[in-house]
Design a protein around this ligand. Structure first.
Ligand code: ZN
Length: 416
């Protein structure tokens, strides 16, 4: 069995149960998971129809946790998106499993890194952040300005990044805000914004670089998947429903339209899924450049096949109400490196065939980006003048406890 035994907790209050870290098998359906663990399929019937979408949001290879006693599952925490997770747990008294959506217990870490190359760039990044992916991210960002094979011992590397911490480990995707590499007598900077990357070098000002990059970005937008965008439900990572007293994330936007309305590919790419997907009904998923994936759910009819390449604005299917849906609409999702992002921040503001608007927003962004980049540049220059900083991740370690995680939510199963 493919699992890593991460923590062997002896939770005295809860018999001697074990928490293990597992990886979700590619293509495994939630119902199969229940079956494997001897959980009655009636649990599926108890799941609110609006929650069915989350079962389709479990990403292949995602790390999740199980609490088992005598090899039998008692609890499982399976992430959907980065902020929420499916929680299934057994009510021992009733001998029955429950399903819930709860926030992932993690916190934001804003870290400053500064080291001198010692072993190898990648190893040093890993030692300082515990996240090997940051090294590859930096390499990608510095693609045009730094040859990583030519980095030498004692070259200075510093960067500012944001990372979630879960159980004292890096969790989810990290974001590098700015970086400075001093090599061959030169200062090489990069700055990033929410979705793009800016680079700078010694010869150009931060403002110049940011402006140039914003211009490039504004031309790279995704097009609307439906001509008239009537949003009936917005994107949200984490939303508490005060009446239902439950969390109701919505990892996409719902667009109301008549059955049979054309659905367009938001960008060119390759169809990686075309078919039925649980609560999402008939679905098309398209993989685009730079780690983006778009998803179009509840369609009445698909117009493309898996493996096919599509152009931007090509018809890929038609509005419907398949899967768990109360009426004809498109659930449109956009993912960057497997993380759900708000599609409305990416799709162009005008509808197909109309004049471009939204210039104002770009101007406002520009001012903010330049200010941030300047502040970060000053910070980095100051950092590299001091002593290298030791890795701080030791201090972020937090004990993990499924019981306390659960007890934050006042539910009858507390007294398990
Ligand atoms: Zn939706």
């Amino acid at each position: 069995m493919k699992y890593i035994l991460l923590l062997l907790f002896t939770v005295s209050m809860l018999f001697s149960a074990q928490i293990t870290q597992q990886k979700w098998k590619s293509g495994e359906a939630f119902s199969t998971y229940l079956e494997k663990n001897g959980i009655s399929q009636s649990l599926l019937k108890s799941i609110h129809s609006d929650d069915w979408q989350y079962l389709s949001e479990i990403q292949a290879e995602v790390v999740y946790y199980e609490l088992k006693k005598d090899e039998k599952l008692i609890q499982a925490l399976i992430p959907v998106g980065e902020e929420m997770q499916i929680h299934i747990f057994k009510d021992i008294k009733l001998d029955k499993f429950h399903f819930d959506i709860i926030p992932v217990a993690c916190r934001d870490i804003n870290d400053e890194v500064f080291f001198e190359i010692n072993k190898s760039f990648y190893q040093d990044v890993k030692n300082n952040t515990r996240n090997p992916r940051l090294g590859y991210l930096l390499k990608k960002y510095y693609n045009k300005t730094v040859d990583f094979r030519k980095l030498q011992k004692n070259d200075k590397v510093s960067f500012l990044y944001r990372q979630k911490s879960r159980l004292g480990r890096p969790y989810g995707s990290a974001k590098i805000k700015a970086s400075l590499i001093k090599t061959h007598g030169k200062d090489r900077f990069i700055f990033t914004d929410k979705d793009g990357v800016f680079y700078d070098n010694t010869s150009k000002s931060v403002a110049y670089t940011v402006e140039k990059k914003i211009k490039v970005n504004s031309g790279r937008s995704f097009v609307r998947p439906v001509k008239r965008m009537r949003i009936t439900s917005k994107f949200t990572h984490k939303r508490w429903h005060p009446i239902l007293k439950r969390y109701r994330p919505h990892l996409g936007v719902d667009i109301g339209a008549k059955r049979g309305t054309r659905i367009y590919a938001t960008h060119s790419g390759k169809v990686i899924y075309a078919g039925w997907m649980g609560g999402y009904g008939k679905v098309v998923k398209i993989s685009h450049k730079e780690g983006y994936v778009s998803l179009y759910a509840h369609q009445s009819k698909l117009a493309v096949k898996k493996g096919q390449y599509v152009k931007r604005r090509q018809v890929i299917g038609y509005i419907g109400s398949t899967g768990r849906s109360t009426g004809p609409h498109l659930h449109f999702g956009l993912y960057k490196n497997k993380k759900a992002v708000n599609p409305m921040k990416y799709v162009e503001k005008r509808s197909i065939g109309k004049k471009r608007t939204g210039i104002k927003k770009i101007t406002k962004n520009r001012v903010v980006e330049i200010k941030n980049a300047k502040t970060n540049k000053t910070k980095l220059l100051k950092l590299v003048q001091g002593e290298p900083i030791a890795c701080k991740w030791e201090a972020y370690t937090q004990p993990y406890d499924m019981i306390s995680d659960r007890s934050r939510y006042e539910k009858p199963h507390n007294k398990l």
